[in-house]
Each structure stands twice: as structure tokens, then as C-alpha cells.
Design a protein around this ligand. Structure first.
Ligand code: AP5
Ligand code: MG
Length: 209
């Protein structure tokens, strides 16, 4: 299974990917997680990424594309992968398409998790992540257990200001990839509002259809 999860910031891509990769036994490849690891490592590139991400901007295509394309050709992707957060611009979608054609493989599905803008700020601002387990929590909708509370991380780009900019960027830069995949007949729309378990079931249903 080679698939992509698309959706605005806070749509639940990371939450759903964690559940689905266990089911499909494919690697979860999140460009955002890869960039945050680079920031954590404190490299020169990491410092540049930190500045861009904190303010809600996108990392330039000429940086993003080679990093992710290199990752999707690693041996663990032989049976598939779940991309989360990439592609998020039309040039990224075209570059992935060209790389996959060259490799003689094809995408099975692009799942678009739809959530109204009005719900996104609260989802992001109240998100907390566990750096040890990678688990994603929400202070209101998915509260963390007390024993992990001391080590939880609040992402630097989960401020009200950065989320507003990320949502705007989603509509201007990422939404144009939707018709690209619709024309290929592999776009599956899923309502991302409701219980996360119900949303997992919706995704499974569209993948089977
Ligand atoms: P990235 O890490 O990809 O962030 P994003 O796309 O903004 O998405 P999020 O991770 O914020 O949200 P999510 O959809 O994963 O939601 P989650 O499951 O966590 O990218 C970050 C930055 O990196 C970008 O802004 C950019 O700078 C850079 N970048 C990354 N990829 C790039 C690329 N390809 N090109 C250029 N730049 C790139 O859920 C959110 C919260 O909601 C959690 O608290 C969760 O518990 C809660 N929640 C989840 N589901 C539900 C539900 N059903 N009901 C209620 N709450 C829920
Ligand atoms: Mg995420």
C-alpha cells in the first residue's frame, strides 16, 4: 500500500497515521517529523528549518523534495509507505509522481482528511506530544496520562499566530494538489470530525472501496 494523508494542520494526519501503519505494516513518513528531528539535532539546516517552521511558513521545495524522495526509496518502503505532510505543494506532487514512475511503482490512494478551519486552532494549540513514545495527545479531546505529563512537548509552531498562517498556506499552497490527485482517480475524501476511532474506520472503508 502506497498512500498519502493530506489535510490541514491539526486535521489528524499524525493521529490516524499511527493507527493505520500498525494495520498495514508500512513505514509512516512524516516530513514534519523529519524536519523536527533535524531541528532537535541542532544542525545548520535544523536552525534554518526552525526559523521557517516556527512562523508557520513552508520549507522550500528544493530542500523538501530531495529529503523526502530519498526517504521513500529506502529498503523499508519496498512494500509501501504512508506519507504524512508530503506532498504539500504542486511541485512536490509532480516530483513524487515522476520519481514513482521512474521506479515503476504507483500510488494506491490519497486520503484527504477534511476538517473545517474553525476547529483547527484549538486542535493545534492544545496538542501535546510525548517525545519518548511519539504519541500525540490533546489536553481536551485525548488527555495524556498523568505519568507522562512532565515530559510532554508543545510544538513551537502550535501558537495561535503560526496556526493561522499554516491554515492560510494550506489553502494557497496545498489545496492545489487535490485536483491533481482527483484527476488521477485516487483521491478519497474522509470527514475528519468526530471520534478518532470512527475516523480510522472511515479511512479503512474508503481504502477498501
Ligand atoms: P507537519 O508536522 O506536517 O504539520 P501539519 O501539516 O501542520 O499538521 P499537524 O502535524 O499540525 O497536524 P496533524 O494533521 O498531524 O494532526 P494531529 O494528528 O497531530 O508540518 C509542520 C511544518 O513543517 C510545516 O508548517 C512546514 O513548515 C514544515 N513542512 C512539513 N512538511 C513540509 C513539506 N512537505 N513542504 C514544506 N514544508 C513542510 O492532531 C492534532 C491535534 O488534534 C492533536 O492534539 C490530536 O490529539 C487532536 N485530534 C486528532 N484527531 C482528532 C479528532 N478526531 N477529534 C478531536 N481532536 C483530534
Ligand atoms: Mg502531524
Amino acid at each position: 500500500m502506497r498512500m498519502i494523508l493530506v489535510g490541514p494542520p491539526g486535521a489528524g494526519k499524525g493521529t490516524q497515521a499511527a493507527r493505520l501503519v500498525d494495520l498495514f505494516r508500512i513505514p509512516h513518513i512524516s516530513s514534519g517529523d523529519m524536519f523536527r528531528a533535524e531541528v532537535k539535532a541542532g544542525t545548520e539546516l535544523g536552525q534554518e528549518l526552525d526559523r521557517l517552521m516556527k512562523t508557520g511558513g513552508l520549507v522550500p521545495d528544493d530542500v523538501t523534495i530531495p529529503i523526502v524522495l530519498k526517504r521513500v526509496t529506502q529498503p523499508d518502503t519496498a512494500k509501501g509507505f504512508m506519507l504524512d505532510g508530503f506532498p504539500r505543494t504542486r511541485p512536490q506532487a509532480e516530483a513524487l509522481d515522476a520519481a514513482m514512475t521512474k521506479a515503476g511503482v504507483a500510488l494506491d490512494a490519497v486520503v484527504l482528511i477534511e476538517v473545517p478551519d474553525a476547529l483547527l486552532e484549538e486542535r493545534a494549540v492544545m496538542r501535546r506530544s510525548d517525545p519518548e513514545t511519539g504519541k500525540i495527545y490533546h489536553l481536551k479531546y485525548n488527555p495524556p496520562p498523568p505519568d507522562v505529563a512532565g515530559r510532554l512537548v508543545h510544538r513551537a509552531d502550535d501558537t495561535k499566530e503560526a496556526v493561522t498562517k499554516r491554515v492560510t498556506k494550506y489553502h494557497s499552497e496545498t489545496a492545489p494538489i487535490i485536483p491533481f490527485y482527483q484527476e488521477k482517480g485516487i483521491l478519497k475524501r474522509v470527514d475528519g470530525v468526530g471520534d478518532p476511532d470512527a475516523i480510522t474506520e472511515r479511512i479503512k472503508a474508503v481504502l477498501e472501496s
